[in-house]
Design a protein around this ligand. Structure first.
Ligand code: ADP
Length: 327
C-alpha cells in the first residue's frame, strides 16, 4: 500500500481553498486507497508572528475540522507535528544537505519575507528553513505521495531533491516522494484579488472560511471581483476572477469549468450558483463540526493515539538517517 502524507498549518481559520485543494481529497480518496498520515503542522505556524494561545486553539480547530471533513481515525493517522520529535530530529540532518541558496529561491519565502520587511518587521530564520522541516515531515514516513494544492509543489520538489541527494551521499535511506494535485481547484484564488491565492492569513471579504455562515458565504461570493466583460468564459490568465468562480463551482458540483461557462449567461447567475454550491458543500462539514465541538476529549484522544502511531512509523527511518550520516 502506498504511503501518503500531508499537512495543514494552524496559522488561521481553515479556508475553502484548503478544503477544495487538499482536505476533501484526503477524506474522500487518500485515506481509503493508501496508508495515510495527516498532520497539523504547528511548528510551521511559528515561522511568522504568532500568538501562543491562538496557535494552540487553531491546532485543535484544524483537527476538529479534519475529522468533520471526514477523516476517519480507523483509516488514517491524524496527529500534531510537535507531538512527534522525529520531525525536528530529521530536519537538522536535512539542513546539513540543503544549501542556503536553494532556500532563498523558494517562492513562498520570497513573498512572505518581502511582505514582512515591507511592514518593517524582521524575518524569522525558521521562515527560511521551513521547507526543510516540511521535507522532514514527508521523508520521515517513507512517503510515496503528497496530496497538496498547487502552492506547495515547489516545497515537495525540494523534499525530492533532498531525498535524492541524501541517498546519493549516504546510502539509500529515503523514499523519493511525489506531489499529487486535484483536477480542479488546485489553486483557489482570493475573491477580491483573483491574482493571488486564497490564504488563511489573508483578511477581508476575499476568503471563504469553512466555518462561515451561509449568508456570509453568499455575500462574499456575490461580491467577488470579476471583470468588465459580459459573457461567461473560462480563461484563467485573462479573466482570473471568473475562472476562479468556475473552478470553485466545478469542484463543488463535479462538473468541469469550461462546460459550466457555457451554461451561464451572466456573472450574476454564475455567482449565485457558485454561492449555493459552496453553501451545500460546507453544510455537512459544519454540522459534524458542531457535534465534534461538544466532545473535545474525543479529539484529544484521536490526536494522542495518532502521535503514538506516527512516532512508531517515523523512528526507524530517522534512526537509519542518523547512522547513515555518521552519528
Ligand atoms: P494556507 O496557505 O492556507 O496556510 P497550508 O499551508 O496550511 O495553507 O496548506 C494546507 C493545504 O491546503 C496544502 O495542501 C495547500 O496546498 C492547500 N491550499 C492552501 N491554500 C490553497 C488554495 N488557495 N487553493 C488550493 N489549495 C490550497
Amino acid at each position: 500500500m502506498k504511503r501518503v502524507f500531508s499537512g495543514i498549518q494552524p496559522t488561521g481559520h481553515v479556508t475553502l481553498g484548503n478544503y477544495l485543494g487538499a482536505m476533501r481529497r484526503w477524506a474522500e480518496v487518500d485515506q481509503h486507497r493508501a496508508d495515510a498520515l495527516f498532520c497539523i503542522v504547528d511548528l510551521h505556524a511559528l515561522t511568522v508572528d504568532h500568538d501562543p494561545a491562538r496557535v494552540r486553539r487553531l491546532s485543535r480547530q484544524a483537527a476538529t475540522l479534519l475529522l468533520a471533513a471526514g477523516l476517519d481515525p480507523e483509516l488514517c493517522t491524524l496527529y500534531v507535528q510537535s507531538h512527534v520529535d522525529e520531525h525536528t530530529r530529521l530536519s537538522y540532518l536535512l539542513e546539513c544537505v540543503a544549501s542556503d541558496g536553494e532556500m532563498r529561491r523558494m517562492i513562498q519565502y520570497k513573498e512572505k519575507s518581502a511582505r514582512q520587511r515591507e511592514r518593517g518587521g524582521s524575518v524569522r530564520l525558521s521562515l527560511l528553513t521551513y521547507p526543510v522541516l516540511m521535507a522532514a515531515d514527508i521523508l520521515a514516513y517513507g512517503t510515496d505521495e503528497v496530496p497538496v494544492g498547487d502552492d506547495q509543489v515547489q516545497h515537495v520538489e525540494l523534499a525530492r531533491d533532498l531525498a535524492v541527494r541524501f541517498n546519493q551521499r549516504y546510502g539509500h535511506t529515503f523514499v523519493v516522494p511525489e506531489a499529487t494535485l486535484p483536477g480542479v481547484a488546485a489553486r483557489v484564488m482570493n475573491l477580491q484579488d483573483p491574482t493571488s491565492k486564497m490564504g488563511k492569513s489573508d483578511s477581508g471579504q476575499g476568503v471563504v472560511y469553512l466555518l462561515d455562515e451561509p449568508d456570509a458565504v453568499r455575500k462574499k461570493i456575490m461580491r467577488a471581483v470579476t471583470d468588465s466583460g459580459q459573457e461567461v468564459g473560462y480563461d484563467p490568465v485573462e479573466r482570473p476572477g471568473v475562472a476562479n468562480l468556475l473552478e470553485i463551482l466545478a469542484a463543488c458540483t463535479g462538473g468541469n469549468p469550461e462546460s459550466l461557462a457555457d451554461v451561464h449567461d451572466s456573472y450574476g447567475s454564475l455567482k449565485k450558483d457558485t454561492a449555493e454550491a459552496v453553501v451545500e458543500v460546507l453544510r455537512p462539514v459544519q454540522a459534524r463540526h458542531r457535534e465534534l465541538c461538544a466532545d473535545p476529549a474525543y479529539v484529544e484522544g484521536v490526536l494522542r493515539d495518532g502521535a503514538e502511531k506516527a512516532r512508531a512509523l517515523a523512528r526507524p527511518t530517522v534512526d537509519t538517517a542518523y547512522r547513515a550520516i555518521g552519528l
